[in-house]
Write a protein that binds this ligand. Structure first.
Ligand SMILES: Nc1ncnc2c1ncn2[C@@H]1O[C@H](COP(=O)(O)OP(=O)(O)OP(=O)(O)O)[C@@H](O)[C@H]1O
Ligand SMILES: [Mg+2]
Length: 255
């Protein structure tokens, strides 16, 4: 039976999608059969995962609405062990409320995750910012969760809130483990960023914060703009190495 790993954060723009895409890619490169699911109606996975030009844009939403069969929305990628389910048509719409309602009130997502778990080693799920209906559904079906935390001053204010919210969800799903808080976009040598890292390490239990932050690198931003995971496009980049090492650590925990 495979593992479902969700990437969740109260705050937007903290590196969830970057983390989901690069961890999924790193798992697949280790030979783990991996499925990446974009549960965020914004649908950003589509731009960063390295799909062929002209690939189909159907995805989870089209399956949810009964317009596509499951096999039609599972897309191949450049890597043989990585498949992806995009957000689908909802990402073209300005109103995501029907999608949120349908995910929250039906068991389609939970059923899909249960099925995926039987066929894959790892299922990585990218989620929308916040702990709304979609994220709660994802967490209810997950065994593992990672919370990215951007190394910027506002993190100091939001960390306690994030932890409280995650704690609530974890209490509701006894199968779920918070694997760790992942410090992202760390600028080494920047006093504000270093202060955040120090604060987080002082105020949170040591086992809850991954040792290695993901550095902010231009290769990561460039890779996203070029539509590719940085771990494939620039494997020697320090952010790539941070993601590959994290995938190794998690694969060992999952084994
Ligand atoms: N390590 C990094 N180095 C440089 N840029 C990064 C890094 N990680 C993420 N970014 C950039 O930061 C921005 C936000 O990242 P990302 O889209 O992964 O965040 P998110 O949490 O998924 O956002 P949202 O809440 O909108 O879904 C993107 O432009 C991304 O390219
Ligand atoms: Mg995102």
């Amino acid at each position: 039976m495979g593992r479902i790993l969700s990437i969740v954060s109260q705050k937007g723009g903290v590196g969830k999608t970057t983390t989901a895409v690069n961890l999924a890619t790193a798992f697949a490169r280790r030979g783990l059969k991996t499925l990446l699911i974009d549960a965020d109606p914004q649908g950003a996975v589509r731009y960063g995962v390295g799909l062929r030009r002209g690939h189909p844009t159907v995805g989870f939403d089209d399956y949810l609405r009964g317009e596509r069969a499951l096999r039609e929305v599972i897309l191949p990628t450049a890597l043989p062990w990585l498949r992806v389910i995009l957000a689908g048509s909802v990402s073209e719409a300005s109103d995501h409320s029907e999608f949120q309602r349908a995910v929250g009130e039906t068991t389609v997502l939970s059923d899909l995750l249960a099925m995926a778990r039987e066929r894959c080693h790892v299922v990585v799920v990218d989620t929308p910012p916040g702990l709304g209906a979609v994220t709660r559904r994802v967490l209810a079906s997950s065994q593992h969760v990672i919370v990215p935390l951007q190394c910027e001053p506002l993190a100091l204010q939001t960390t306690p809130q994030i932890l409280r919210a995650i704690q609530d969800v974890i209490t509701a799903n006894e199968e779920l483990t918070l694997e760790g808080i992942l410090l992202t976009m760390f600028d080494e040598g920047n006093p504000a960023a270093e202060r955040v890292v120090r604060y987080v390490r002082e105020h949170l239990p040591q086992h809850l914060v991954f040792d290695a932050p993901v550095p902010r690198t231009s290769a990561t931003a460039d890779a996203f703009a070029a539509g590719q995971p940085v771990v494939l496009r620039a494997p020697a980049d320090p952010a790539s190495q941070a993601y590959v090492n994290l995938a190794t650590l998690l694969a060992e925990r999952f084994a």
